[in-house]
Design a protein around this ligand. Structure first.
Ligand SMILES: Cc1cc2nc3c(=O)[nH]c(=O)nc-3n(C[C@H](O)[C@H](O)[C@H](O)COP(=O)(O)OP(=O)(O)OC[C@H]3O[C@@H](n4cnc5c(N)ncnc54)[C@H](O)[C@@H]3O)c2cc1C
Length: 498
C-alpha cells in the first residue's frame, strides 16, 4: 500500500454506483459481464489505471507474449473460444474486446483512473474511492456500496529485478519483459535471459531466430510440459460442424478432467510424472543432452508448470540458436555476468525474466472506519472475502488451473450475494469466524510445501491469513470449489449482515 492518497486534492464531485470494479483485466471485464446479466438493475463502474482493457494482456508486450493455459478454460465459460488453445496477447485482447462489444460494457469502463484510496464508513454503509486521472492528473471521487477487487496480483508498472552486485557497471542494456522497450534491437545480438519460467520459455523461441544467440540462465530448473497447440477433439467437432458453444463446453470439460487427473498424479506419483515430463524433453534434445538443466529439485506443480506449445523452446535449443546455463549469479561484470561457479557469460542485452512484485490490493490505501487496514491481519473466507472488510470481494484465480475459472465462480457468488442483500434489505455484509472457528489455527495464505513461487514467498506478509478449514482458505481446487461455491449458505453464521 502507499500513502499517495494523502497527496490528492479532493475531487469537486462524487459519483455513486452500487458496485465499483477495480481493474479491466480478464477478471474485471468478467465481473462487468456477470453484473450485466445476473444483476441488470445494479449500477456499476469499472475503474482502470491503464488506457485500455486487458490487464496482463495489455501490460506485457515482449516478443512472443502468449498464454500458457488453453483458452477454453482461460476464456470465460460464457464466450466460446474458437481458435488454437494457446493464444497470443493480441488474440486474448480481441476476445475480451468482443465480450465488451457484444454486451455493451464499454459505457461502464473508465480508463486512466488509478485508484489511490478506498475508505469504508460503516455509518454511511459506503466505500469512498479516491482516484487520480492518469491522463490529466485531476482527482476523481466515487462512492459505492460494494467493492469488487479485480486488480490482479502484481504491480503492473514494473517487474521484479533482484539487486545484483555490479549491475550499474554493466555496459549492455538490461531489460525486464514487463517493460519491454519497443525500440529494443536484438537482431544479431548476444542475449542472456535470466529466468526459466513461462515468460522466458515464451520469449526465447520468439527472439532466437533473430538474435546471434540466446542463453537462458536459470538458478534452478523448471518443469516444462510439451504438447501440440491444437486439441484434436475440438478439431474433430469442428469438422462435424458442431456449434462452437457446444465445442467450448465439451472441450472445456475434457481439459478440466485431464488437468485434474494430472494434478492429482503429481501428488500421488510425482516421480512417474517427473520422468514423463523429462522424457518429452529428452525425446527432442537427444540422449546426450545434459538433463540436469531440466530436472527441478521440487515435485511437478509445486511451482507453476510452463506449457511449451509445439516444443518451440526446445527446437530452439536443438537448433543451437538457444542454450541453457544453470547456476547462481555472483555478480554482473562490464560485459555480462559471472556465476558462482566462476563461469562468465557475456551478453549485449540481459533480459531479467525474474518475475513480479506482488501487489495484492492494487497499491490502494485501505481504511475501515478510519483505521488503516493491515491486510495480513485479516482471515480469508474462501480466498475471496476477508474478516473485518465489509462489502468487498476479491478475485484471486487458480495457479494450477486457469485464473478465469475462478473469476467466473466469484462472479456468480458476488451476484448471488448482492441479490441476497437486496432481498434482506441489508446494506452491509461482512464475514466473521463462527463459534466453531474460534480456536482454528491461522496459517500463511498458502502452504509453501504445496505451492511456493518466489513472488508469493517474498510477499506472504502482505497476504491475508487462512484457516485450516476449506471455508477459510483459497483451496486452489476448482473441482471442489465449483460445487462448494454454488452451495454456500448465505445465511450461514459466517455472514454478518446489517
Ligand atoms: C505474462 C503472463 C502470462 C500469464 N499467463 C497465464 C495463463 O496462461 N493462464 C493463467 O491462468 N494465468 C496466467 N497469468 C496470470 C494472469 O495474470 C491472470 O491469469 C489474469 O490475466 C489476471 O487477470 P486479472 O484481471 O485478475 O488481473 P490483471 O490482468 O493483473 O489486471 C488487473 C487490472 O487492474 C488494474 N489495476 C490494478 N490496480 C489498480 C488501481 N489501483 N486502480 C485502477 N486499476 C488498477 C491494472 O491496471 C490491470 O489492468 C499470466 C500472467 C502473466 C504476467
Amino acid at each position: 500500500m502507499n500513502d499517495a492518497a494523502t497527496l490528492v486534492q479532493p475531487a469537486q464531485t462524487t459519483e455513486h454506483f452500487d458496485v465499483l470494479i477495480v481493474g479491466a483485466g480478464i477478471s474485471g471485464i468478467g465481473g462487468a459481464y456477470h453484473l450485466t446479466h445476473q444483476c441488470p438493475a445494479t449500477s456499476f463502474v469499472v475503474l482502470e489505471t491503464q488506457d485500455h482493457f486487458g490487464g496482463t494482456w495489455w501490460t506485457h508486450r515482449y516478443p512472443g507474449i502468449r498464454s500458457d493455459s488453453d483458452l477454453h478454460t482461460f476464456g470465460y465459460r460464457f464466450k466460446p473460444w474458437t481458435s488454437a488453445p494457446i493464444a497470443t496477447a493480441d488474440e486474448i485482447r480481441a476476445y475480451m474486446g468482443e465480450v465488451i462489444e457484444e454486451n455493451d460494457l464499454a459505457r461502464h469502463i473508465r480508463y486512466h483512473h488509478r485508484i489511490l484510496a478506498a475508505r469504508w464508513d460503516s455509518g454511511e454503509g459506503v466505500w469512498t474511492i479516491d482516484a487520480v486521472r492518469t491522463d490529466c492528473g485531476e482527482p476523481a471521487r466515487f462512492t459505492a456500496n460494494f467493492l469488487w477487487m479485480c486488480q490482479g496480483y502484481y504491480r503492473h508498472q514494473e517487474g521484479y529485478t533482484p539487486d545484483w552486485d555490479g549491475m550499474a557497471g554493466y555496459q549492455g542494456r538490461i531489460v525486464h519483459p514487463q517493460t519491454w522497450p519497443q525500440d529494443l534491437d536484438y537482431k544479431g545480438k548476444n542475449v542472456l535471459v535470466i529466468g526459466s519460467g513461462a515468460t522466458a520459455a515464451t520469449l526465447i523461441p520468439a527472439i532466437a531466430k533473430d538474435c546471434g544467440h540466446v542463453t537462458m540462465l536459470q538458478r534452478s530448473p523448471t518443469y516444462f510440459r510439451i504438447g501440440r497447440n491444437a486439441i484434436e477433439l475440438a478439431e474433430e467437432l469442428r469438422r462435424l460442424q458442431i456449434d462452437e458453444t457446444w465445442i467450448h463446453e465439451i472441450v472445456r470439460r475434457k481439459i478440466l478432467k485431464e488437468q485434474d487427473a494430472f494434478t492429482r498424479r503429481t501428488f500421488v506419483e510425482p516421480e512417474k510424472v517427473k520422468q514423463e515430463l523429462l522424457g518429452q524433453i529428452r525425446a527432442i534434445l537427444g540422449p546426450d543432452y545434459d538433463m540436469t538443466h531440466f530436472t527441478p529439485r521440487y515435485r511437478p506443480w509445486q511451482q507453476r508448470l510452463a506449457y511449451v506449445p509445439d516444443a518451440d523452446l526446445f527446437e530452439g535449443i536443438r537448433s543451437g540458436k538457444a542454450s541453457v546455463a544453470t547456476g547462481e549469479i555472483e555478480r554482473f561484470t562490464r560485459t555480462g555476468v559471472l556465476l558462482k561457479t566462476g563461469e562468465a557469460l557475456d551478453a549485449d542485452i540481459i533480459v531479467t525474466a525474474t518475475g513480479f512484485n506482488l501487489c495484492v490490493l492494487g497499491d490502494i490505501a485501505f481504511e475501515i472506519d478510519g483505521k488503516k487496514l493491515n491486510f495480513h491481519d485479516t482471515v480469508t473466507y474462501r480466498g475471496m472475502m476477508f474478516t473485518g472488510i465489509p462489502n468487498m470481494v476479491w478475485v484471486f484465480g487458480y495457479f494450477r488451473a486457469s485464473w478465469t475459472l475462478r473469476a467466473d465462480l466469484v462472479g456468480d457468488f458476488v451476484c448471488r450475494l448482492l441479490k441476497h442483500m437486496q432481498a434482506k434489505g441489508a446494506r452491509k455484509v461482512a464475514v466473521a469466524l463462527r463459534r466453531e472457528d474460534q480456536d482454528m489455527a491461522l496459517l500463511d495464505w498458502i502452504d509453501a510445501g504445496n505451492f511456493n513461487p518466489g513472488y508469493m514467498m517474498r510477499g506472504m506478509h502482505l497476504l491475508p491469513q487462512r484457516g485450516d478449514k476449506p471455508e477459510w482458505q483459497h483451496t486452489q481446487d476448482y473441482w471442489t470449489e465449483k460445487d462448494a461455491f454454488a452451495a454456500i449458505d448465505l445465511d450461514g453464521e459466517e455472514f454478518v449482515y446489517s
